[in-house]
Design a protein around this ligand. Structure first.
Ligand code: CUA
Length: 342
C-alpha cells in the first residue's frame, strides 16, 4: 500500500512500513464506521424521544439476550482482528533476521555514534544499501534515547546497560530523517540525523571511500589480546584460569551457587562489567571488573570478537535466558529482555 500521496504522512520506505499504515487505516476505518451510526442515532433519538407531554411515564424496557450476545460478539471479533494485526506487525519488526548486515549504534547526549561491521564509523548519519536487511545493535553511554526512523515506521528505545535491537529493509534510495524519540536532556530536539539509503553499487563505493582501520571484531581482538590483557586468563589451552570463550555463544552456562543463563550479547557484556555476579561453575571469582575502563563502543567490539570465537556471525542474536535466570546483579543489568520497542 502506498501512502506517499497523503500529505501528512512521512514517506514509506521500508519493507514493513505498509503493514503499519494498513493497521493504522484499519483502526481509523473501524472508528469512523462506529462513529457515523452513533452520531446519527444521537440525532434520531433527540427527535424521536423529545418531550411530548409533561411528566409522561415511559414504557419499561426489558433485556434481550439476543441483542446483548450480538453486541458482545461483534466487538470481540473486531478487537481480535486488531490484536492479530498488531501481533503480526510486532512479530515482523521485533524478530531479528539472522542474515542481516550488522550495524552498531551508541547513543550519547546528544548524538548517534554508528559503526559498520566493516569498521566504517559515522556520526548522526547511517548509510545503508537498498533492499538489504540491516540489523542495529544499540546501547547508550548515558541516558535513555530512542532510535526512530519514521519513513521506515520503526523505532526502539536505546537503554543504558542493555542491548536493544532494531532491523529494517529500506526499499527506496533516498535520505530519511533519524530522530531521537525519547526526551534525553537539553538538546534532545537537536539529536537528529539522517539515514542515507544507497543503491548497492553506490554503497560499495561509499564503504571504499570511508576505509576503516579496524572492523569491530579486529578492534575487539586487539583489546582482548593487548590493551585489556583478557588473553592472559582466557587465551585457551588447558589450565587457563578464565572461563573458556570458544563456542559458547547461544549455549547455556551454569553458575556457582545455582542458576543458568544463555550466552547472548547481554550476558557477555554483563560478564565483562560484573564478573562476580555470574561466576561459571568450575572457575574462581577472580576476574576484575572492567567497569569504567571500557566504553560502550569497546564493549560492543569485545562482544563481537567473543561471538566470532564461536563461529557465529556478528548479526546473530542468541535467545534470552530461560525461566530460571541468573541471580540479578545490583544494577539493572540482570534483566534479559531484548526489546525496548514502544
Ligand atoms: Cu537522545 Cu532524546
Amino acid at each position: 500500500m502506498q501512502t506517499d500521496w497523503i500529505p501528512l504522512f512521512p514517506e514509506s520506505a521500508s519493507s514493513f512500513s505498509w503493514q503499519i499504515d494498513a493497521l493504522y487505516f484499519y483502526l481509523i476505518g473501524i472508528s469512523v464506521a462506529f462513529m457515523i451510526p452513533i452520531v446519527a442515532a444521537i440525532f434520531w433519538f433527540i427527535v424521536r424521544y423529545r418531550e411530548r407531554e409533561k411528566f409522561a411515564t415511559p414504557e419499561e424496557i426489558h433485556g434481550s439476550i439476543v441483542l446483548e450476545t450480538v453486541w458482545s460478539i461483534i466487538p470481540f471479533i473486531i478487537s481480535m482482528t486488531i490484536f492479530l494485526g498488531g501481533a503480526v506487525v510486532y512479530y515482523t519488526q521485533y524478530s531479528m533476521p539472522d542474515d542481516a548486515m550488522q550495524v552498531y549504534v551508541v547513543g550519547k547526549q546528544w548524538m548517534w555514534k554508528i559503526q559498520h561491521e566493516t569498521g566504517q564509523r559515522e556520526i548522526n548519519q547511517l548509510h545503508v544499501p537498498v533492499n538489504t536487511k540491516v540489523k542495529l545493535t544499540m546501547t547508550t553511554e548515558d541516558v535513555l534515547h530512542d532510535f526512530s526512523i519514521p519513513a521506515f515506521r520503526t523505532k526502539a528505545d536505546v537503554v543504558p546497560g542493555r542491548y536493544t535491537y532494531l532491523w529494517f529493509e529500506a526499499t527506496k534510495p533516498g535520505t530519511y530523517h533519524l530522530f531521537c524519540a525519547e526526551y534525553c536532556g537539553l538538546n534532545h530536539s537537536g539529536m537528529i540525523g539522517s539515514v542515507v539509503v544507497l543503491e548497492q553499487d553506490d554503497f560499495e563505493r561509499w564503504l571504499q571511500g570511508n576505509a576503516a582501520s579496524q572492523t569491530p571484531v579486529e578492534q575487539g581482538r586487539d583489546l582482548f589480546e593487548n590493551k585489556l590483557g583478557c588473553a592472559s586468563c582466557h587465551a585457551g589451552g588447558s589450565g587457563q584460569r578464565g572461563a573458556v570463550l570458544e563456542n559458547i555463544y547461544g549455549k547455556e552456562v551454569k553458575f556457582v551457587g545455582g542458576g543458568t543463563a544463555i550466552v547472548n550479547d547481554e550476558y557477555l557484556r554483563n560478564s565483562i562489567l560484573n564478573p562476580s555476579s555470574q561466576v561459571v561453575e568450575g572457575y574462581q571469582p577472580i576476574m576484575p571488573t572492567f567497569k569504567g575502563q571500557v566504553t560502550e563502543e569497546q564493549l560492543m567490539a569485545l562482544v563481537a570478537y567473543i561471538k566470532s570465537l564461536s563461529g557465529v556471525d556478528a548479526s546473530a542474536t542468541a535467545p534470552s535466558a530461560p525461566a530460571a535466570p541468573a541471580p540479578a546483579p545490583a544494577n539493572n543489568m540482570g534483566s534479559n529482555s531484548n526489546q525496548g520497542g514502544r
